[in-house]
Design a protein around this ligand. Structure first.
Ligand SMILES: [Zn+2]
Length: 342
């Protein structure tokens, strides 16, 4: 009752939402940094990429508006000793080659730290980009049918843009929670790719281990972990989730010779990670983990470091959405009066 009353007052008062929910800072999520001629090759997956110029322009605007762009480690110091300025952290998921070729030069030019979460399947050339394969499959066909991989999902008459986009979104929700093996079956049996083609895409798009070492030489870079097989952890068995987290951390620690402190949940919706994952991360002495769910970072996250909110940043992100984020209103819209997600 009191919570309901509070929420109805907050809906009307931007002063109160700002005071209560703008928090100490914000974490942005990127995947790929691509020149415009590469970025426009994708439609349904266009939000995975930002252009180097778009990224540089956002960074400049944040700096001009007195945000302190800091590393994730510094964000935790900041939560202990808050400052007047809000902070911003940049994070990039997966391990795409363009992070090194197009991303690093922008971050170095602007002198901005960032974290890159590596899923081991990327440098090992066995990532299954089902999200890109699904886009191509739906664009080329007028139907999609997953029954040959044991999944009862079929859509017909995908003849116009809207029905194809809807089909992409619906099929993504079906494919995302599956196991790594099923993701691979989808690529081979439904999309008709060969094993060689799967590897070819990986070699073309992913950072090699040597490239990850090169990236990590920059004092601006922090490397974090992102599972071995890029699966939705909450939808796997407890043992698989534990292996996915633990083995990806151990492999990165062995390869890089340094402790991993930070983790990102693949896909990152609230349905992709939960209490089991928080406990596993805690037992492995990991400092933080990020979702892909909008919100502000609060002092309270010192106690709940595996439930950090994060918001995508692309060339299409509007100023009004950013204003909503920085005023606490976006946090309130997505999470009500709960400061901690999940
Ligand atoms: Zn990812």
């Amino acid at each position: 009752m009191i919570k309901k009353l509070l929420e109805s007052i907050l809906h009307r008062s931007s002063y109160l939402t700002n005071t209560l929910y703008s928090g100490e800072g914000y974490i942005f999520m990127l995947h790929r940094i691509l020149p415009i001629e590469e970025k426009i090759k994708f439609d349904y997956n266009s939000s995975l990429a930002i252009t180097p110029k778009g990224l540089e322009d956002f960074i400049r605007q944040f700096q001009e508006n007195n945000f302190d762009i800091i590393s994730l480690d510094d964000a935790f110091f900041r939560l202990k000793k808050p400052k007047k300025n809000k902070f911003i952290c940049f994070t990039i998921d997966d391990g795409y080659k363009d992070n090194l070729t197009f991303g690093l030069p922008v971050f170095e030019k602007m002198n901005v730290p960032f974290t890159v979460y590596i899923s081991s399947c990327f440098p090992e050339n066995r990532a299954i980009y089902w999200w890109y394969f699904l886009e191509t499959h739906i664009k080329r066909n007028e139907s999609i049918d997953l029954s040959s991989i044991g999944i009862n999902f079929k859509l017909n008459n995908l003849i116009d843009e809207q029905s194809k986009l809807d089909a992409f979104q619906k099929a993504s929700q079906i494919i995302k929670p599956l196991s790594y093996e099923k993701h691979k079956e989808f690529a081979l049996k439904i999309c008709g790719l060969t094993q060689e083609e799967l590897e070819g895409f990986n070699k073309q798009n992913n950072m090699t281990w040597d490239e990850i070492f090169e990236l990590n030489k920059s004092s601006l870079v922090t490397i974090g972990a992102h599972t071995t097989d890029h699966v939705s952890l909450k939808n796997q068995s407890f043992q698989n989730s534990k292996n996915q987290i633990q083995e990806s951390i151990l492999l990165l620690e062995n390869k890089l010779g340094e402790k991993m402190n930070h983790f990102a949940y693949p896909y990152g919706a609230l349905t992709d990670a939960g209490k089991n994952e928080f406990n596993i991360l805690k037992s492995l002495n990991i400092k933080s983990a990020v979702y892909n769910h909008p919100g502000s970072v609060f002092k309270q996250h010192l106690e709940f470091p595996y439930q950090l909110p994060r918001i995508g940043l692309t060339d299409e992100t509007s100023i009004s959405r950013l204003k909503k984020l920085f005023s606490g209103r976006l946090h309130f819209e997505f999470n009500g009066s709960n400061k901690i997600l999940g």
